[in-house]
Design a protein around this ligand. Structure first.
Ligand code: ADP
Length: 319
């Protein structure tokens, strides 16, 4: 059983020739759909085969209804805090060069509380993996990870988005963190005072990365996702099977990527599902599954809607 704690947003996306400037009115192609890192990751975990619960906060509005309908369609057990605030939204403009401007209205997502998480202790008690991100209030995520620890579940933190703060008290509760390059650098800058930007990361050798990971999360494993380059792993022996603190890389799957939106979410949901389903497999095996799952998700447009099913992954990468 996987419990995802996180955000649900209704994404409003306008494709425009150029991004709007102050005072400007443009017309563009519009589409809407579900989003939010929490919901994307819950969808990925469920479609990767895990019995999945999603702990979130929703408004009493059309967005909340959408979340309920989509969760039901994927068999996700919804544990939602009903809020007076509107369901989370994201307004996204994308220009002809693929650049974007985004405004997020956290709405109900900002109201997820320690109390509400505590009311669902039973859900956490049945979990093998608890997965969270930084689009929800940190105290609520810490409460979820504390429950994970109590029930012997693995706590997986995807420290995204990069501009959100993961305090040391939260990192201390995580068994595995899964930043992308930008998020990894943001954490190193914040916690270790290092001067490092994401464009310098590809130039770093494995020993330097390994040492950064070790200092950032001395007790746990760090998986840095590297887009089309797969991921770098600094794996700590602990609750997880594997070699004592080893570092290695897992290459990305060979795919024809058309839209990498939500690739990180696909990776996290699939990693959580794999860890829950195969507790005896090696950490590297779980990561091989996650890169394949995430790779296949990039062959389809969209985030939550693009999440493949476990059977699709197995068929696509059958040896
Ligand atoms: P995020 O979406 O959080 O920025 P990444 O871009 O690092 O995360 O992607 C997460 C994972 O998705 C990667 O580790 C990789 O396995 C897979 N992935 C992303 N982009 C591609 C791509 N172009 N080709 C193959 N796999 C990809």
């Amino acid at each position: 059983h996987v419990v995802v704690v996180g955000s649900f947003n209704v994404d409003h996306v306008w494709t425009v020739a150029s991004l709007p400037r102050p005072g400007e009115t443009l017309s563009g192609h519009y589409h809407t759909g579900p989003g939010g890192k929490g919901f994307n990751q819950a969808t990925a975990a469920a479609r990767a085969g895990a019995d999945t619960s999603f702990v979130c906060a929703l408004g009493d509005d059309l967005g909340g209804q959408l979340a309920r309908a989509l969760a039901a369609a994927d068999g996700i057990h919804l544990r939602d805090l009903p809020c007076e605030a509107p369901t989370g939204t994201a307004g996204i403009y994308v220009d002809g060069d693929g650049r974007n401007s985004i405004v997020i209205g956290p709405g109900a997502n900002a109201e997820l509380s320690v109390e509400f998480v505590g009311q669902h202790a039973g859900t956490f008690g049945a979990a093998a993996v608890v997965l969270a991100q930084l689009e929800s209030p940190v105290p609520a995520v810490e409460a979820a990870f504390a429950l994970a620890r109590r029930s012997g579940a693995l706590a997986l933190l995807n420290p995204a988005p990069a501009d959100a703060v993961a305090p040391a008290s939260l990192l201390a509760l995580a068994d595995v963190i899964t930043p992308n390059e930008t998020e990894f650098c943001a954490q190193l800058v914040r916690h270790l005072g290092e001067r490092l930007s994401a464009d310098q990361l590809p130039g770093l050798d494995d020993d330097t990365l390994h040492s950064g990971c070790r200092r950032l999360l001395p007790h746990g494993s760090v998986v840095i996702t590297l887009g089309a380059a797969g991921c770098f792993v600094s794996h700590a022996e602990g609750a997880l099977r594997g070699d004592a603190r080893a570092c290695y890389r897992v290459p990305a799957a060979a795919v024809k990527a058309v839209d990498t939106t939500g690739a990180g979410d696909a990776f996290n949901g699939a990693l959580a599902a794999s860890l829950a389903a195969r507790p005896d497999a090696s950490f590297a095996d779980h990561l091989h599954y996650a890169v394949r799952y995430a790779g296949l998700s990039t062959e389809r447009a969209g985030a939550a809607v693009a999440m493949p099913r476990d059977a699709d992954v197995r068929a696509r990468f059958a040896a």
